[in-house]
Design a protein around this ligand. Structure first.
Ligand code: PCP
Length: 389
Protein backbone atom coordinates (compact mmCIF):
# COMPACT_ATOMS: atom_id res chain seq x y z
CA UNK A 1 0.00 0.00 0.00
CA UNK A 2 1.33 3.45 -0.84
CA UNK A 3 1.70 5.82 2.08
CA UNK A 4 -0.41 8.94 1.44
CA UNK A 5 1.19 10.90 4.30
CA UNK A 6 4.81 10.54 3.26
CA UNK A 7 5.94 8.99 6.53
CA UNK A 8 8.84 6.54 6.49
CA UNK A 9 7.40 3.01 6.27
CA UNK A 10 8.26 0.25 8.78
CA UNK A 11 10.07 -1.76 6.09
CA UNK A 12 12.59 1.05 5.55
CA UNK A 13 13.19 1.26 9.29
CA UNK A 14 13.76 -2.48 9.57
CA UNK A 15 16.01 -2.81 6.51
CA UNK A 16 18.20 0.14 7.54
CA UNK A 17 17.41 2.54 4.70
CA UNK A 18 15.78 4.82 7.30
CA UNK A 19 19.27 6.09 8.09
CA UNK A 20 21.56 9.05 7.78
CA UNK A 21 23.46 8.87 4.49
CA UNK A 22 26.86 8.84 6.17
CA UNK A 23 26.14 5.42 7.65
CA UNK A 24 25.56 4.06 4.15
CA UNK A 25 28.86 5.64 3.02
CA UNK A 26 30.57 4.10 6.04
CA UNK A 27 29.10 0.71 5.23
CA UNK A 28 30.30 0.99 1.60
CA UNK A 29 33.77 2.06 2.71
CA UNK A 30 34.19 -0.69 5.31
CA UNK A 31 33.01 -3.35 2.89
CA UNK A 32 35.40 -1.99 0.25
CA UNK A 33 38.28 -2.08 2.76
CA UNK A 34 37.32 -5.55 4.04
CA UNK A 35 36.87 -4.23 7.58
CA UNK A 36 34.15 -5.22 10.02
CA UNK A 37 35.58 -4.94 13.54
CA UNK A 38 34.11 -6.49 16.65
CA UNK A 39 32.93 -3.61 18.82
CA UNK A 40 31.12 -2.71 21.97
CA UNK A 41 28.94 0.34 21.41
CA UNK A 42 26.97 2.18 24.08
CA UNK A 43 24.03 4.58 23.94
CA UNK A 44 24.40 7.43 26.43
CA UNK A 45 23.01 10.89 27.07
CA UNK A 46 25.32 12.21 29.79
CA UNK A 47 28.56 10.40 30.59
CA UNK A 48 28.53 11.11 34.33
CA UNK A 49 25.52 11.69 36.63
CA UNK A 50 24.29 15.30 36.60
CA UNK A 51 21.66 15.03 39.33
CA UNK A 52 18.85 15.13 36.76
CA UNK A 53 17.10 11.84 36.09
CA UNK A 54 15.26 10.97 32.89
CA UNK A 55 12.93 8.10 31.95
CA UNK A 56 14.19 5.43 29.56
CA UNK A 57 11.70 4.03 27.07
CA UNK A 58 11.41 2.97 23.43
CA UNK A 59 13.39 -0.18 24.15
CA UNK A 60 10.71 -2.55 22.80
CA UNK A 61 10.94 -0.85 19.40
CA UNK A 62 14.73 -1.08 19.52
CA UNK A 63 14.44 -4.81 20.20
CA UNK A 64 12.21 -5.17 17.13
CA UNK A 65 14.71 -3.15 15.09
CA UNK A 66 17.73 -5.24 16.12
CA UNK A 67 16.08 -8.66 16.13
CA UNK A 68 17.74 -11.14 13.80
CA UNK A 69 21.10 -9.37 13.75
CA UNK A 70 24.09 -11.36 14.99
CA UNK A 71 24.63 -9.18 18.06
CA UNK A 72 24.14 -9.20 21.82
CA UNK A 73 22.33 -6.25 23.37
CA UNK A 74 21.83 -5.22 26.98
CA UNK A 75 19.60 -2.35 28.01
CA UNK A 76 17.86 -0.74 30.95
CA UNK A 77 14.36 -2.07 31.56
CA UNK A 78 11.51 -0.08 30.02
CA UNK A 79 10.54 2.78 32.35
CA UNK A 80 13.78 2.76 34.36
CA UNK A 81 15.13 6.17 35.35
CA UNK A 82 18.75 6.99 34.57
CA UNK A 83 21.26 9.74 35.19
CA UNK A 84 24.38 9.26 33.09
CA UNK A 85 26.13 6.20 31.69
CA UNK A 86 24.92 3.66 29.16
CA UNK A 87 21.23 2.92 28.75
CA UNK A 88 21.90 0.33 26.06
CA UNK A 89 24.97 -1.64 24.98
CA UNK A 90 25.56 -3.54 21.73
CA UNK A 91 28.29 -6.10 21.22
CA UNK A 92 29.07 -7.59 17.80
CA UNK A 93 30.45 -6.86 14.35
CA UNK A 94 29.93 -3.20 13.55
CA UNK A 95 28.35 -3.75 10.13
CA UNK A 96 25.58 -5.83 11.73
CA UNK A 97 24.02 -2.63 13.10
CA UNK A 98 25.85 0.37 11.57
CA UNK A 99 22.98 1.50 9.37
CA UNK A 100 20.41 1.12 12.20
CA UNK A 101 21.90 3.80 14.47
CA UNK A 102 19.66 6.64 13.26
CA UNK A 103 16.42 4.75 13.84
CA UNK A 104 17.69 3.20 17.07
CA UNK A 105 18.39 6.63 18.58
CA UNK A 106 15.08 8.00 17.29
CA UNK A 107 13.15 5.15 18.88
CA UNK A 108 14.66 6.10 22.24
CA UNK A 109 15.14 9.87 22.18
CA UNK A 110 11.68 11.33 21.62
CA UNK A 111 9.65 8.74 23.60
CA UNK A 112 12.05 9.08 26.55
CA UNK A 113 11.58 12.86 26.38
CA UNK A 114 7.78 12.49 26.35
CA UNK A 115 7.88 10.01 29.26
CA UNK A 116 10.16 12.24 31.33
CA UNK A 117 7.83 15.22 30.84
CA UNK A 118 4.79 13.07 31.64
CA UNK A 119 6.46 11.87 34.83
CA UNK A 120 7.07 15.49 35.82
CA UNK A 121 3.33 16.09 35.43
CA UNK A 122 2.51 12.93 37.38
CA UNK A 123 4.78 13.88 40.26
CA UNK A 124 3.46 17.45 40.30
CA UNK A 125 -0.09 16.26 41.04
CA UNK A 126 0.24 12.74 42.45
CA UNK A 127 -3.31 12.53 43.81
CA UNK A 128 -5.14 14.19 40.92
CA UNK A 129 -6.59 12.66 37.79
CA UNK A 130 -4.15 13.62 35.02
CA UNK A 131 -4.91 12.86 31.38
CA UNK A 132 -2.75 13.27 28.27
CA UNK A 133 -4.38 15.72 25.84
CA UNK A 134 -1.41 16.38 23.56
CA UNK A 135 -2.05 14.14 20.55
CA UNK A 136 -3.07 17.18 18.53
CA UNK A 137 0.45 18.57 18.75
CA UNK A 138 2.27 15.69 17.05
CA UNK A 139 2.14 13.91 13.71
CA UNK A 140 -0.82 11.54 14.00
CA UNK A 141 1.36 8.56 13.15
CA UNK A 142 3.13 8.92 16.51
CA UNK A 143 0.12 9.79 18.70
CA UNK A 144 0.38 6.32 20.23
CA UNK A 145 3.99 7.03 21.17
CA UNK A 146 2.86 10.07 23.17
CA UNK A 147 0.00 8.21 24.84
CA UNK A 148 2.17 5.19 25.64
CA UNK A 149 4.73 7.47 27.31
CA UNK A 150 1.92 9.05 29.34
CA UNK A 151 0.70 5.66 30.57
CA UNK A 152 4.26 4.57 31.30
CA UNK A 153 4.73 7.64 33.50
CA UNK A 154 1.56 6.84 35.43
CA UNK A 155 -0.92 9.28 33.96
CA UNK A 156 -4.51 8.13 34.40
CA UNK A 157 -5.48 8.13 30.74
CA UNK A 158 -5.23 9.81 27.37
CA UNK A 159 -7.45 11.22 24.67
CA UNK A 160 -6.41 9.54 21.40
CA UNK A 161 -8.77 6.84 20.15
CA UNK A 162 -6.47 5.01 17.69
CA UNK A 163 -3.68 5.05 20.27
CA UNK A 164 -6.15 3.40 22.63
CA UNK A 165 -6.68 0.58 20.16
CA UNK A 166 -2.94 0.03 19.88
CA UNK A 167 -2.40 0.20 23.63
CA UNK A 168 -5.57 -1.78 24.39
CA UNK A 169 -6.90 0.96 26.67
CA UNK A 170 -9.95 3.10 26.12
CA UNK A 171 -9.42 6.77 25.30
CA UNK A 172 -10.96 9.35 27.66
CA UNK A 173 -12.72 12.56 26.75
CA UNK A 174 -16.03 14.34 26.77
CA UNK A 175 -16.62 17.45 24.66
CA UNK A 176 -14.72 20.18 22.76
CA UNK A 177 -15.85 23.79 22.40
CA UNK A 178 -17.06 22.85 18.91
CA UNK A 179 -20.00 20.98 20.46
CA UNK A 180 -21.10 24.10 22.32
CA UNK A 181 -20.77 26.19 19.15
CA UNK A 182 -22.97 23.76 17.23
CA UNK A 183 -25.79 24.46 19.69
CA UNK A 184 -24.95 28.16 19.96
CA UNK A 185 -24.57 30.78 22.67
CA UNK A 186 -27.47 30.63 25.08
CA UNK A 187 -28.05 26.94 24.31
CA UNK A 188 -25.26 25.48 26.42
CA UNK A 189 -27.84 23.61 28.51
CA UNK A 190 -29.25 21.99 25.37
CA UNK A 191 -25.75 20.88 24.35
CA UNK A 192 -25.02 19.31 27.75
CA UNK A 193 -28.45 17.65 27.83
CA UNK A 194 -27.96 16.22 24.34
CA UNK A 195 -24.55 14.92 25.36
CA UNK A 196 -26.04 13.31 28.46
CA UNK A 197 -28.73 11.61 26.37
CA UNK A 198 -26.44 10.53 23.55
CA UNK A 199 -23.23 9.11 24.96
CA UNK A 200 -22.92 5.74 26.72
CA UNK A 201 -23.54 5.66 30.46
CA UNK A 202 -19.95 4.85 31.32
CA UNK A 203 -18.73 8.15 29.83
CA UNK A 204 -18.31 10.69 32.63
CA UNK A 205 -20.53 13.74 32.33
CA UNK A 206 -17.93 16.52 32.31
CA UNK A 207 -19.39 19.76 30.99
CA UNK A 208 -17.04 22.23 29.32
CA UNK A 209 -17.95 25.53 30.99
CA UNK A 210 -15.73 28.29 29.60
CA UNK A 211 -17.08 28.77 26.07
CA UNK A 212 -19.39 31.80 26.02
CA UNK A 213 -19.98 33.14 29.52
CA UNK A 214 -18.28 33.42 32.84
CA UNK A 215 -17.00 30.09 34.20
CA UNK A 216 -19.02 30.43 37.41
CA UNK A 217 -22.23 31.11 35.47
CA UNK A 218 -21.74 28.23 33.03
CA UNK A 219 -20.66 25.79 35.76
CA UNK A 220 -23.76 26.56 37.85
CA UNK A 221 -25.92 26.26 34.74
CA UNK A 222 -24.40 22.85 33.98
CA UNK A 223 -25.02 21.69 37.55
CA UNK A 224 -28.61 22.91 37.52
CA UNK A 225 -29.19 21.37 34.08
CA UNK A 226 -27.79 17.89 34.65
CA UNK A 227 -28.32 17.66 38.41
CA UNK A 228 -27.00 14.44 39.87
CA UNK A 229 -25.91 13.25 36.41
CA UNK A 230 -23.16 15.85 36.26
CA UNK A 231 -19.78 14.43 37.28
CA UNK A 232 -17.71 17.53 36.71
CA UNK A 233 -17.01 20.72 34.86
CA UNK A 234 -13.93 21.52 32.80
CA UNK A 235 -12.37 24.97 32.71
CA UNK A 236 -10.19 25.41 29.64
CA UNK A 237 -10.08 29.19 30.08
CA UNK A 238 -7.86 30.81 27.48
CA UNK A 239 -4.65 32.26 28.92
CA UNK A 240 -5.53 35.83 27.94
CA UNK A 241 -8.77 35.61 29.97
CA UNK A 242 -7.37 33.67 32.86
CA UNK A 243 -6.09 36.26 35.34
CA UNK A 244 -5.62 34.32 38.57
CA UNK A 245 -6.62 30.80 37.50
CA UNK A 246 -6.27 29.39 41.02
CA UNK A 247 -8.65 32.04 42.32
CA UNK A 248 -11.06 31.31 39.47
CA UNK A 249 -11.07 27.58 40.26
CA UNK A 250 -11.59 28.27 43.96
CA UNK A 251 -14.44 30.63 43.15
CA UNK A 252 -16.18 28.04 40.97
CA UNK A 253 -15.67 25.43 43.73
CA UNK A 254 -17.15 27.80 46.31
CA UNK A 255 -20.17 28.68 44.23
CA UNK A 256 -20.91 25.03 43.38
CA UNK A 257 -20.56 24.04 47.06
CA UNK A 258 -22.74 26.95 48.19
CA UNK A 259 -25.58 25.52 46.10
CA UNK A 260 -25.11 21.93 47.20
CA UNK A 261 -23.16 20.76 44.15
CA UNK A 262 -20.16 19.62 46.16
CA UNK A 263 -20.03 16.28 44.28
CA UNK A 264 -19.24 18.08 41.03
CA UNK A 265 -15.52 17.83 40.28
CA UNK A 266 -13.50 20.57 38.62
CA UNK A 267 -11.09 19.73 35.81
CA UNK A 268 -8.63 22.17 34.25
CA UNK A 269 -6.83 22.18 30.92
CA UNK A 270 -5.06 24.46 28.50
CA UNK A 271 -1.33 25.13 28.66
CA UNK A 272 -0.83 23.45 32.03
CA UNK A 273 2.58 22.14 33.08
CA UNK A 274 4.07 20.83 36.32
CA UNK A 275 4.28 24.27 37.92
CA UNK A 276 0.58 25.00 37.27
CA UNK A 277 -0.40 21.52 38.46
CA UNK A 278 1.42 22.09 41.76
CA UNK A 279 -0.36 25.40 42.07
CA UNK A 280 -3.82 23.97 41.36
CA UNK A 281 -3.69 20.43 42.71
CA UNK A 282 -5.38 21.24 46.02
CA UNK A 283 -8.26 23.16 44.42
CA UNK A 284 -8.93 21.18 41.21
CA UNK A 285 -9.71 17.48 40.90
CA UNK A 286 -8.03 16.72 37.61
CA UNK A 287 -6.07 18.03 34.67
CA UNK A 288 -5.61 17.59 30.94
CA UNK A 289 -1.98 18.09 29.96
CA UNK A 290 -0.87 18.39 26.34
CA UNK A 291 2.01 20.57 25.25
CA UNK A 292 3.90 20.14 28.51
CA UNK A 293 4.43 16.55 27.33
CA UNK A 294 4.58 16.91 23.57
CA UNK A 295 6.96 19.86 23.56
CA UNK A 296 9.51 17.95 25.64
CA UNK A 297 13.02 18.00 24.27
CA UNK A 298 14.14 14.61 22.96
CA UNK A 299 16.72 13.03 25.25
CA UNK A 300 20.05 13.71 23.54
CA UNK A 301 21.16 10.10 23.14
CA UNK A 302 24.18 9.18 21.04
CA UNK A 303 25.78 5.86 20.21
CA UNK A 304 29.54 5.51 20.59
CA UNK A 305 32.03 2.71 20.14
CA UNK A 306 33.74 2.16 23.51
CA UNK A 307 35.63 -1.06 22.78
CA UNK A 308 37.31 -2.14 19.52
CA UNK A 309 38.56 -5.70 19.10
CA UNK A 310 38.70 -6.02 22.89
CA UNK A 311 40.53 -2.73 23.50
CA UNK A 312 38.93 0.21 25.33
CA UNK A 313 38.55 3.24 23.03
CA UNK A 314 36.61 6.47 23.09
CA UNK A 315 35.98 9.68 21.25
CA UNK A 316 37.23 12.77 23.04
CA UNK A 317 34.75 13.70 25.76
CA UNK A 318 33.31 10.20 25.95
CA UNK A 319 34.34 7.42 28.32
CA UNK A 320 36.20 4.33 27.04
CA UNK A 321 35.37 0.78 28.01
CA UNK A 322 32.36 -1.42 28.57
CA UNK A 323 30.33 -0.07 31.48
CA UNK A 324 27.57 -1.00 33.88
CA UNK A 325 25.15 1.27 35.73
CA UNK A 326 23.69 0.73 39.19
CA UNK A 327 20.90 2.01 41.42
CA UNK A 328 22.48 2.47 44.83
CA UNK A 329 20.53 2.08 48.09
CA UNK A 330 20.49 5.88 48.57
CA UNK A 331 18.81 6.36 45.17
CA UNK A 332 21.85 7.47 43.20
CA UNK A 333 22.84 6.37 39.72
CA UNK A 334 26.35 4.90 39.64
CA UNK A 335 28.40 4.44 36.46
CA UNK A 336 31.38 2.07 36.50
CA UNK A 337 33.51 -0.05 34.18
CA UNK A 338 31.91 -3.46 33.76
CA UNK A 339 34.90 -5.23 35.29
CA UNK A 340 35.01 -2.91 38.33
CA UNK A 341 33.44 -3.84 41.65
CA UNK A 342 29.75 -2.98 42.00
CA UNK A 343 28.95 -0.31 44.61
CA UNK A 344 27.86 -1.73 47.98
CA UNK A 345 24.20 -2.75 47.78
CA UNK A 346 23.98 -1.48 44.19
CA UNK A 347 21.45 -3.01 41.82
CA UNK A 348 22.89 -3.60 38.34
CA UNK A 349 20.44 -2.08 35.84
CA UNK A 350 21.46 -3.23 32.36
CA UNK A 351 19.66 -6.46 31.46
CA UNK A 352 19.88 -8.77 28.44
CA UNK A 353 17.67 -7.64 25.57
CA UNK A 354 19.02 -9.63 22.62
CA UNK A 355 21.26 -12.67 22.54
CA UNK A 356 22.66 -13.65 19.14
CA UNK A 357 19.82 -11.90 17.38
CA UNK A 358 17.02 -13.28 19.54
CA UNK A 359 14.86 -11.06 21.78
CA UNK A 360 15.17 -12.46 25.30
CA UNK A 361 12.86 -10.06 27.11
CA UNK A 362 9.11 -9.60 27.34
CA UNK A 363 7.44 -6.20 27.45
CA UNK A 364 4.49 -5.24 29.57
CA UNK A 365 3.33 -1.63 29.84
CA UNK A 366 1.75 -2.02 33.29
CA UNK A 367 4.92 -3.57 34.70
CA UNK A 368 7.04 -0.88 33.07
CA UNK A 369 4.80 1.82 34.55
CA UNK A 370 5.08 0.30 38.03
CA UNK A 371 8.86 0.22 37.65
CA UNK A 372 8.94 3.83 36.49
CA UNK A 373 6.90 5.08 39.45
CA UNK A 374 8.81 2.98 41.98
CA UNK A 375 12.13 4.24 40.62
CA UNK A 376 10.81 7.82 40.65
CA UNK A 377 10.20 7.34 44.39
CA UNK A 378 13.61 5.73 44.87
CA UNK A 379 15.51 8.60 43.24
CA UNK A 380 13.21 11.40 44.48
CA UNK A 381 12.22 12.45 40.95
CA UNK A 382 10.35 15.77 40.84
CA UNK A 383 10.86 16.54 44.51
CA UNK A 384 13.01 19.62 43.78
CA UNK A 385 9.98 21.29 42.15
CA UNK A 386 8.10 21.28 45.45
CA UNK A 387 9.26 24.78 46.31
CA UNK A 388 6.89 26.01 43.60
CA UNK A 389 3.84 25.05 45.65
C1 PCP B 1 -7.76 21.56 25.38
C2 PCP B 1 -7.01 22.86 25.31
C3 PCP B 1 -5.63 22.61 24.82
C4 PCP B 1 -5.57 21.14 24.51
C5 PCP B 1 -6.66 20.55 25.31
C6 PCP B 1 -4.25 20.53 24.80
O1 PCP B 1 -8.65 21.26 24.36
O2 PCP B 1 -7.67 23.86 24.62
O3 PCP B 1 -5.19 23.37 23.79
O4 PCP B 1 -3.75 21.00 26.01
P1 PCP B 1 -2.38 21.87 26.11
O5 PCP B 1 -2.77 23.32 26.03
O6 PCP B 1 -1.85 21.50 27.45
O7 PCP B 1 -1.52 21.47 25.00
P2 PCP B 1 -10.18 21.67 24.25
O8 PCP B 1 -10.64 22.38 25.44
O9 PCP B 1 -10.96 20.48 23.88
O10 PCP B 1 -10.01 22.68 23.10
P3 PCP B 1 -10.89 22.96 21.81
O11 PCP B 1 -12.29 22.62 22.13
O12 PCP B 1 -10.72 24.44 21.69
O13 PCP B 1 -10.29 22.16 20.73
Amino acid sequence: MTNPFGTVPPEAILDGTATDAYFQRTQTTLEHAGKNPHVVAEVTADQFPTGEFEVFTGVADVATLLEGRAIDVDALPDGQLFDGGPVLRIEGSYLEFAALETSLLGFLSQPSGFATAALEARRAAPDSLVLSFGARHVHPSIASVVERAAVLAGLDGFSHVAAGEILEREASGTMPHALLFCFGEGSQAAAWEAFDEAVPEDVPRIALTDTFWDEKAESLLAAETLGDDLDGVRLDTTGSRRGDFRHLVREVRWELDARGFDDVDIFCSGGLGPEQLRNLRDVADGFGVGSAITSADPVDFSLDIVELEGEAVSKRGKLAGKKDVYRTPDGDHHVALADADAPTGGESLLEPLIRDGEIVREFDLDAASERCLADADAVGFGVSGEENV
